[in-house]
Design a protein around this ligand. Structure first.
Ligand code: DGY
Length: 422
């Protein structure tokens, strides 16, 4: 795949806007939070300094209370909706008012260890310390504002926060969102891409209604947490934050910083995360905080329990059984929705397609838990999709066809990061 790795580098370089990387120049022409974290992993394989700059740019947009937005609008671009004027966050640079899965601490730990291995600790120490402070403040924001029930989970206030925008997990909780006053708007995504690959009009109405709700609340996060019409404990963000806190604690130890507060967050999550276990479906699921109802869906996020470092023999066994059942049904692992679910759609965004970044997290988690063969299946399927189809946003798990935008930054980054196992 040498040629593919050269192409992957070229994609990152072409999508570089000078200190930050757009996920895809047409569909997503700004800086996205978790995209940038994964992109840094890709840059780190050939340009260490540029990798750190990617995350430093993101944290330049951090709000005083620790919140890190999901989009930073470093420049104007009419090709995306909803743009900075719709969010109206009042910040410089303009940003959205919601966050995204906190993968950054895990990536910063990797960047730091890669700098150490290259004998460059001195050159990166001060930068690691500055990022540590930003990450700690962001994770504290999660603990203070996004776990109202004290379950040690992350409660998403918008489907976009989860990164898995149109997962069916948000369908039932979304019914309580009033869309009657959303008004007219023009989507741009369906101007760039086949509408069959994108969320529906009803889903977009809900997304917009929630943006309007947050904006009317002045993006006051405590106020939003009290009354937002959508409050779902997201299995993806919860597992990702637990993992990120473990990595942040390791960074604290490496940098000689106090880790007690982080250790307490980890203990709280380990004690409470079974709130997301669905005993009937025997899987990890998102749960609607307002009704207490589990989504009941087996999604790719359900498999992040390994990445989170949960080591519970019973739930692990159940998840491995789901993995093996699904692996027998698709050509490429890991579909974003169980292919046995009637709502499975092989090209519609988070209702079926395979996503390289989620695979990277699942693969690492499985490998760390000792499930080497399954981990290798996830890695080799990901690389095969990229080799045979290209650097798409996502891929059909059935026939490998590309879905969403092409020349996608985070897909390129994962190809680079996964050149060798581990
Ligand atoms: C979009 O606009 O589709 C994004 O996923 C929102 O973050």
């Amino acid at each position: 795949m040498t040629q593919d790795f050269n192409t992957a580098r070229a994609i990152l370089e072409a999508n570089d806007r000078g200190g930050y990387t757009v996920p895809n120049g047409r569909v997503y022409p700004f800086q996205w939070n978790w995209d940038s974290a994964f992109v840094a992993l890709g840059f780190d394989t050939f340009d260490r300094d540029r990798a750190w700059i990617e995350i430093e740019s993101l944290f330049r947009a951090q709000w005083p209370g620790g919140f890190v937005p999901h989009i930073v609008f470093w420049q104007e671009d009419e090709g995306y909706f909803p743009g900075p004027g719709v969010w109206d966050s009042g910040r410089t640079p303009p940003t959205s008012g919601i966050t995204q899965p906190p993968v950054a601490a895990t990536i910063v730990r990797k960047l730091w260890e890669s700098a150490l291995a290259a004998g460059q600790a001195d050159a990166y120490q001060a930068r690691a310390e500055a990022l540590f402070d930003g990450l700690l403040a962001w994770h504290r924001w999660f603990a203070d504002h996004r776990d109202p029930g004290g379950h040690g989970v992350v409660v998403a206030m918008h489907p976009w926060e989860t990164g898995r925008d149109n997962s069916p997990e948000w369908d039932a909780p979304g019914e309580s969102i009033d869309v009657s006053n959303v008004g007219d708007y023009v989507r741009r995504d369906t101007g760039h891409l086949d509408a069959k690959m994108r969320p529906t009009k009803l889903e977009y109405d809900r997304y917009l209604a929630l943006v309007q709700f947050g904006r009317a609340a002045g993006w006051d996060h405590p106020a939003i947490a009290r009354s937002n019409p959508f409050q779902v404990a997201d299995v993806g963000m919860s597992m990702i934050l637990l993992r990120a806190n473990r990595d942040l604690l390791a960074l604290a130890q490496a940098l000689g910083r106090d880790g007690d507060e982080i250790a307490a967050w980890i203990a709280r999550a380990e004690a409470g995360i079974h709130y997301l276990w669905d005993g009937e479906r025997r899987t990890w699921c998102s749960r609607d905080l307002r009704t207490g109802r589990s989504s009941g869906y087996v999604t790719s996020a359900s498999f992040l329990s390994f990445y989170a470092g949960l080591r519970d023999p019973q739930s692990d066994e159940a998840m491995l059984a789901h993995f093996d059942r699904i692996a027998g049904r698709v050509r490429y692992m890991v579909p974003s929705l169980d292919p046995d679910d009637p709502g499975f759609q092989m090209i519609r965004y988070w209702r079926g397609p395979v996503w390289a970044v989620v695979n990277w997290m699942i693969g690492h988690g499985l490998a760390e838990a000792g499930h080497r063969a399954r981990a290798e299946r996830v890695r080799s399927d990901t690389l095969a999709l990229i080799r045979d189809t290209g650097f798409y946003e996502a891929f059909s798990p059935l026939d490998g066809s590309g879905s969403g935008g092409d020349d996608f930054s985070w897909t390129a980054a994962i190809a680079l990061a996964w050149q060798t196992p581990g």
